[in-house]
Design a protein around this ligand. Structure first.
Ligand SMILES: [Zn+2]
Length: 417
């Protein structure tokens, strides 16, 4: 990809990270005029009401914000669990409404979370407060296209703003990478000309906001090979299965760093951060900033955790069937020799210790002491669904496949890939 696109992509991800960290919800609002910084009359003829939008400032209390708008006497203690005045974030948006003749607002609303709105109403003897749940309705959407640079840019180009905004398109890309965490190293395995089809849910709030919900089914064509995934199971325990009903889960993740945390996911070019290497390179390098969490690729026992020459801070894990994995150049080790670790468990942080010119993770996958390409090694078959579960899955898969492949129901009973 071009040099120009990289800073933009980084900015998008930085923004996404900021919104995630700050707990705000930046997704698009429809039918909602951008809040004005000052008084904005919403009607020019009687009954004249004015609405002022204001945000809670850093270090400011709710009482101070209310006082700025001439509101006093709200019993904040009575809010209970709906709104804890001591734990409000700066930047929370409050809407003050007043009748024009009146000097003080009589109605205040605030969105405390994506799912909740709190309303304050002036009553005869003070203020009443009430928490309202905000309903989000799921809508099914499908998208397909070709990958030119990488998965993120492909989804970004294929989905209109009205369907999902930029930040939520990134969320969809991350979730898609999570679905195939055992099959594909999205930072390297994607080639120009690969294709994707994704069936997903978007959630639309009663206020017209839109956000990504969940992936229902997907078909990726990677180097002319189809990989399919269908969601199945109860909410909270649902996971993905291939078209034959076998789980996508395997004993090892393809990459021990989350796709969303790897800087090179923006580029199809290989990343070579290690200069002047003298030994044979027997691993895969993942460019990520210092402090990025490193996960154990599979369940096992830590056999080494400490300083190891050119590897810098190294963690080595022994797994079943003679497999060992190594994680080098860590800035910090977060496990110790002898510890049992599960798949996906955090064991350290990316760094540049040892022979490394910049922060990255050096990852090795060894079978009986011999280094293998972690991206190519055969991880076997996934556990198949059995009995009644298998029947239920077949029904669900047929339904999802019709939507995924955009064909009339029952046109084809099942399509194998
Ligand atoms: Zn390396």
């Amino acid at each position: 990809m071009s040099r120009l696109k990289l800073p933009l992509a980084v900015a998008v991800f930085a923004a996404a990270a900021f919104f995630t960290a700050s707990g705000r919800w930046p997704w698009r609002r429809f039918d909602v005029v951008a809040p004005a910084a000052t008084a904005a009359p919403i009607a020019s003829r009687p009954p004249v009401r004015t609405e002022i939008v204001d945000t809670l400032r850093r270090g400011e209390t709710l009482s101070e914000l209310f006082a700025r708008h001439g509101v006093a006497g709200v019993d904040l203690a009575s809010l209970g669990g709906t709104l804890n005045p001591r734990r409000l974030r700066a930047g929370l948006v409050f809407n003050f409404r007043r009748a024009a003749e009146d000097s003080a607002p009589d109605h205040i609303t605030v969105r405390t979370s994506p799912e909740q709105r709190v309303k304050f109403r002036r009553v005869a003897d003070g203020w009443s407060t009430e928490a309202e749940q905000i309903a989000w309705e799921p809508q099914v959407a499908r998208v397909e296209g070709e990958i030119n640079d990488n998965l993120y840019l492909a989804l970004d180009a294929a989905i209109a703003d009205a369907v999902l905004d930029e930040g939520q398109r990134a969320e969809l890309a991350y979730k898609l990478a999570d679905v195939f965490a055992w099959q594909i190293d999205f930072t390297r395995d994607i080639q120009k000309g690969d294709r994707f089809q994704v069936l997903f849910e978007r959630l639309v709030s009663e206020d017209g906001e839109v956000r990504f919900g969940r992936i229902l089914a997907t078909d990726l064509e990677i180097s002319a090979k189809h990989l399919t995934a269908f969601r199945f199971g109860r909410d909270g325990q649902a996971s993905f299965y291939d078209s034959a009903g076998a789980s996508l889960k395997r004993a090892f993740l393809r990459a021990p760093v989350e796709f969303r945390r790897i800087s090179s996911n923006f580029s199809s070019a290989r990343f070579h951060p290690v200069l002047g290497r003298t030994r044979k390179h027997e691993g895969t390098d993942y460019a990520a900033s210092t402090g990025t969490p490193v996960m154990s690729a599979g369940e096992g026992v830590v056999i080494r955790a400490g300083r190891a020459g050119g590897y810098g801070n190294l963690v080595e894990i022994r797994h079943r069937s003679g497999v060992t994995t190594r994680y080098g150049h860590l800035s910090r080790i977060q496990t110790k020799a002898g510890a049992r670790v599960s798949q996906g468990q955090q064991i350290g942080l990316v760094g540049a210790t040892g022979l490394a010119s910049g922060p990255h993770l050096h990852y090795e996958f060894r079978v009986n002491g011999v280094a293998k390409d972690s991206r190519k090694v055969n991880l076997g078959n996934g556990a198949p669904l059995e009995g009644r579960e298998r029947q239920l899955f077949a029904t669900e898969r047929t339904k999802l496949a019709d939507l995924l492949y955009d064909r009339a129901p029952a046109a084809i009973a099942s399509r194998s890939n």
